[in-house]
Design a protein around this ligand. Structure first.
Ligand SMILES: Nc1ncnc2c1ncn2[C@@H]1O[C@H](COP(=O)(O)OP(=O)(O)OP(=O)(O)O)[C@@H](O)[C@H]1O
Length: 303
């Protein structure tokens, strides 16, 4: 399906320096229609700078940033996007319903107010002044404002920070509904389970560069770690030095081992400790893959 449409957003060879610091150092990112792309990376990796370039808030020193094949500052491009940034400066005395109505009026084909409120789970907040809401409620209102214009592309910068579990799950459901409508989403998050649950594609940034890109499964396969847990008297520190063991630790009396050669390590564990019990072997999640990927440059530097 994707091939039939041009990319909705694109960074090509994007470079952005702040004084001598390279916030972005030649970043390529491509987003297709109906796709949720998760931008991951440790603090300072360049996620927000990438979003700022795509929004036209910051200009690249080299390379280019495009929305729908256009300069992101063009009004024709801006009318097709919705944005929820990490902080929002909204008038505290305005009621939520008024805010939604006003924001929707800037768009050519907005959603009906009730639909936006329903998607963001703020139906009961419409008459409340924005400034009187809790942090999590304000985040939901910001989400409603981002989607009320029926955008083709939604930028969500750490949208679920400060939300309780129920609100977070509702927002996940809303994101899925929007994707099903054909909306594209750029999501930055530090909650890896969020990327794991929602993203078709993940880009991992580190030190202003793309460290890795692919589906959640592809990223996992790249580091291909398996987690082994068991109850054993073996010394975790000694096991950590075995060949093909990436890491080993003792957590709550359980030995936990990460390895790319599960069969080999399981065999050695059983041979070395015949009393070993409660053996569990599980494919590593995105969290382990992410840690491994973002650690890689440091290891190379050290070599
Ligand atoms: N306006 C600015 N002036 C100077 N340096 C900046 C500016 N904006 C970002 N930086 C620097 O650029 C680098 C990338 O920052 P960026 O905000 O893009 O990272 P991030 O991946 O979004 O981090 P976080 O997860 O903490 O939000 C950081 O080293 C940051 O200090």
């Amino acid at each position: 399906m994707n091939e039939a449409f041009p990319p909705v957003a694109r960074l090509a060879g994007a470079v952005k320096h702040y004084d001598r610091l390279a916030a972005l150092d030649g970043v390529d990112i491509m987003l297709h229609r109906g796709e949720l792309l998760a931008l991951l990376g440790p603090n300072g990796a360049g996620k927000s700078t990438s979003i700022s370039l795509l929004l036209g808030l910051v200009r690249p020193d080299a390379g280019c940033a495009e929305l729908f094949g256009m300069d992101p500052q063009r009004i024709e491009a801006r009318r097709r996007i919705g944005v929820m940034l990490q902080s929002a400066n909204l008038p505290p005395t305005l009621r939520v319903g008024e805010m939604l109505r006003l924001t929707a009026s800037y768009y050519p084909d907005p959603r009906p107010l009730a639909e936006s409120a329903e998607l963001a789970g703020i139906g009961d907040l419409l008459k409340r002044p924005y400034g009187k809401l809790s942090g999590g409620q304000q985040r939901r209102v910001q989400f409603a404002l981002a989607l009320c214009g029926r955008p083709e592309l939604l930028f969500l910068d750490e949208p679920t920070v400060g939300m309780d579990i129920d609100a977070r799950q509702k927002l996940w459901a809303a994101m899925r509904a929007l994707i099903a409508e054909g909306c594209s989403v750029v999501l930055t998050t530090h909650y890896l389970e969020e990327a794991e649950a929602l993203a078709q594609r993940v880009v991992v940034l580190g030190h202003g560069r793309v460290l890795s890109e692919g589906s959640v499964d592809e990223l996992r396969a790249k580091v291909a770690l398996t987690r082994i847990r068991c109850v054993s008297d073996l010394d975790a520190e000694a096991v950590a030095h075995w060949p093909q063991v990436a890491s080993a630790s003792s957590i709550d009396g359980r030995l936990q081992v990460a390895t790319a050669a599960a069969e080999h390590v399981v065999r050695r564990l059983l041979d070395t400790d015949p009393a070993l019990r409660e053996l569990e072997v599980q494919r590593a999640g995105l969290a382990e893959a992410f840690t491994e990927l973002t650690r890689a440059p440091t290891l190379q530097e050290a070599a």
